[in-house]
Ligand binder design. Structure first.
Ligand SMILES: NC(=O)c1ccc[n+]([C@@H]2O[C@H](COP(=O)([O-])OP(=O)(O)OC[C@H]3O[C@@H](n4cnc5c(N)ncnc54)[C@H](O)[C@@H]3O)[C@@H](O)[C@H]2O)c1
Length: 255
């Protein structure tokens, strides 16, 4: 199979949160393949450094890995400032970092609730706020927020996470309206069951459990992070320049 190459993404500065592992790493790789200049922030230093090295070894532009915690808003703002200083104004923001920890309703404390919103929702707003001036400078930009289809099902095994992921869509629509006059587009993606290494390690430990999920999809193949990344490339590229305030489900037709 062959996939699109977007001329408008070459040299574009991209900022990705949670880019060291999982879907975020696939997003970083996909932009590097487009010869974009990528900065990504993540807690996991070893994985972040290794990803940057792996991409550089392929002859693609080496991404700038920044160690950081997206729940620490001043640190996130500083990381965005550093990316700008080193790479130039940010044209694309991918708000991807999250944590889908399972939790039972009866066990949720106020602190747990707040932490869950902070890691899954709050940083989306502050990162968008921080890149706005840079995108204005460029004459426009694209912000892509990661939601999830889990809230549509009513994910009873993680209600605080599902709440945050539903709120990401409200945030997307409000920011699209606020930023539209500056030609800054804001869209969301709702992935289905993406079989990342972490998902396989925690929840889909056997091939049978993976296959059981695949059977629930209309397209009977394992859904991979690179498939989510391809939709993100399209939303980042000029090809989607009149698309904003939308949410796109990429779930292989999960039932
Ligand atoms: N995997 C799926 O099936 C699936 C389904 C629906 C939606 N999503 C969404 O897609 C996105 C990526 O999912 P994933 O499965 O790759 O997640 P993941 O948990 O495997 O990876 C998240 C990345 O974010 C980083 N991160 C977590 N907390 C952080 C923090 N406080 N500061 C900085 N970095 C932090 C992690 O280190 C990791 O590299 C998330 O927004 C998730 O909600 C995933």
């Amino acid at each position: 199979m062959t996939f699109a190459q977007y001329p408008s993404l070459a040299e574009r500065v991209i900022f990705v949160t949670g880019g060291a592992t999982g879907i975020g790493a696939d997003i970083v790789e996909a932009f590097a393949q487009q010869r974009a200049r990528v900065a990504f922030v993540d807690l996991q230093a070893e994985a972040g450094d290794a990803l940057a090295e792996r991409i550089a070894a392929r002859g693609e532009p080496k991404p700038l890995y920044l160690r950081g915690d997206v729940t620490d808003i001043p640190a996130l703002q500083a990381a965005i400032g550093r990316a700008r200083d080193e790479l130039g104004p940010i044209g694309v923001l991918v708000n991807n970092a999250a944590n889908d920890r399972r939790h039972k309703v009866d066990d949720v404390t106020v602190d747990f609730w707040d932490e869950t919103q902070n890691v899954n929702l709050r940083h989306h707003f502050f990162a968008a706020q921080a890149v706005r001036a840079q995108m204005r400078e460029l004459g426009g930009g694209s912000i892509i927020n990661m939601s999830s289809t889990s809230w549509r099902f009513g994910a009873s095994e993680m209600p605080a996470y599902a709440t945050a992921k539903a709120a990401v869509l409200g945030l997307t629509r409000a920011l699209a309206r606020a930023f539209g006059p500056d030609n800054i587009r804001v869209n969301a993606i709702e992935p289905g069951a993406v079989m990342t290494p972490k998902q396989r390690q925690l929840w889909y430990k056997t091939e049978d459990s993976v296959q059981a999920m695949v059977e629930r999809q209309l397209l009977r193949r394992v859904l991979l992070g690179e498939e989510i990344a391809r939709m993100i490339l399209f939303l980042a590229a000029d090809d989607s320049r009149m698309i904003t305030k939308q949410s796109f489900i990429v779930d292989a037709g999960l039932r």
